[in-house]
Design a protein around this ligand. Sequence first.
Ligand code: NAD
Length: 512
Amino acid sequence: MSLVASVDEAPGILPAGVNPGHDLADRIYVAGRWQTGTGALIESVDPSNGRVFATLHGATVDDVDTAVREGLNAATTSGWATMLPHERALVLHRIGAAIDENRDRIAALQTLDTGKTLAETRALAGSAANTFRYMAAALETMDEALTTPRGPWMTFSTHSAMGVIGAITPWNSPIASDAQKIAPALAAGNAVVSKPPVWAPWVTLLLARLCEDAGLPKGLLSVLPGPGRTVGEALVRHPEVAKVSFTGGTSTGRHLAHVAAEKLMPITLELGGKSPTIVFDDADVEKALQGVLYGIFSSSGQSCIAGSRIFVQRNIFEQFTSDLIARAGRLRLGPGTGPTTDVAPMIARAHRDSVAAMVDAAVAEGAQVLCGGAVPTDPALSGGHYYPPTVLAGVDNAATICQEEVFGPVAVILPFDDEADVIAQANDTVFGLACGIWTEDYRRAMRIGEAIDAGTVWVNTYKQFSISTPFTGLRESGLGTEKGRDAIRQYSDQKSFYLDRSDTPMSWGCPR
Ligand code: NAD
């Protein structure tokens, strides 16, 4: 046990009966074995006070090799790869139920590790449970279809497991992004090797424990925390890894796409964003204000789909901006465990400092700070990684702060004149992840939504998700799709059959 400071020292901050400290044994999960790692030492820091609360010895490159080889073996020897879909689905249902039963425990642990509010980490745990249940239901009800024959045959395709899937995730929404990859990959009959982030490894290890308790055959899942450049890279390069699903930054994703290309291995990439949220003068202002605030400042802006460029029609720009600033100023900073907290601390001091440096650089480039813009001086917040909700103005969309992802609670507000103007500005970015449109005119919303390059468009709402709706990043925001019924197919090999039905020898040549 490597628990450094018991969370019991802070009574009353966690839901009754929940002590995430119980989950912090110094063990990684290699092919069904809980063992002390021999890789880099990970010091986990509570973002609300900057204190190290646990240490963990991470995985090594050798562990990757063991996990992949034994995972491949386990998929065959346990019968998982060829098990009937409804039998695999039963295990996935049990994992979903186990996540639900442990929701408070997962939320408390994730809040301790990432700093997020308990409301958010409870929602993420709920989303992970839903994902396992949805993939179970999809698996049981997925049909293989006959294709229309173009000759004297019966033609159809079957789908089978690919082998071992690498799942690499970032620190901002651990259990939800884990589930998004692990559930469909297991559903398709594969083994999975997960590489969680150094800044937030614990909840993925807890998920492995719940999978094991729910009856997932040993060896099918490994969880190998460790540095991306060694452990993550070894996973992507491993010759027996059939596919990788990666969520993280665009530059890492671009590098991994090169590595995958060398192996001719499929890779799904969910990457960064700089999403526009657009307010027209006919919008329901109350809804728009609330949605725009939530879109950028929830999760302290540490969200790939954060609405970080706010475009407001010029004739309401001044009033909307002043109302937005007033509300942003009322958002309460505090620990993720605080019942009144709106904006929780950021994951790490280094990350908070990089956000502060980007704001300083924007000011040097001419931006005006309308609210926030500096590390808080309140002594009650001094130990934590806090940064206040910040709104900048006075620059155009070409400014660095409008082009680069901040991944923090920082938005730029910009005016626009008409539909053509806002479409041009919104699309003037390398990213294409999401977009928000606030208008009462749904014909206009459809026109704008279709014209903007974004994988997800929200109209009169923002940052809402359902596992049944596919998620795609366009342009430099990604490659491939996650979620939705077809998610299981993304982790399957497809094979097509031609069964001859004629009584005569085949002729020379191919019917078309
Ligand atoms: P990151 O790219 O630094 O790391 C992501 C993961 O990749 C981590 O587990 C890391 O250890 C690993 N990694 C790093 N280098 C690697 C390498 N060479 N080989 C293999 N693995 C490697 O990103 P981050 O800072 O953890 O996360 C923030 C980024 O993630 C932001 O850009 C954000 O927009 C993006 N993100 C995207 C989505 C989405 O769905 N599009 C969701 C959440 C976060």
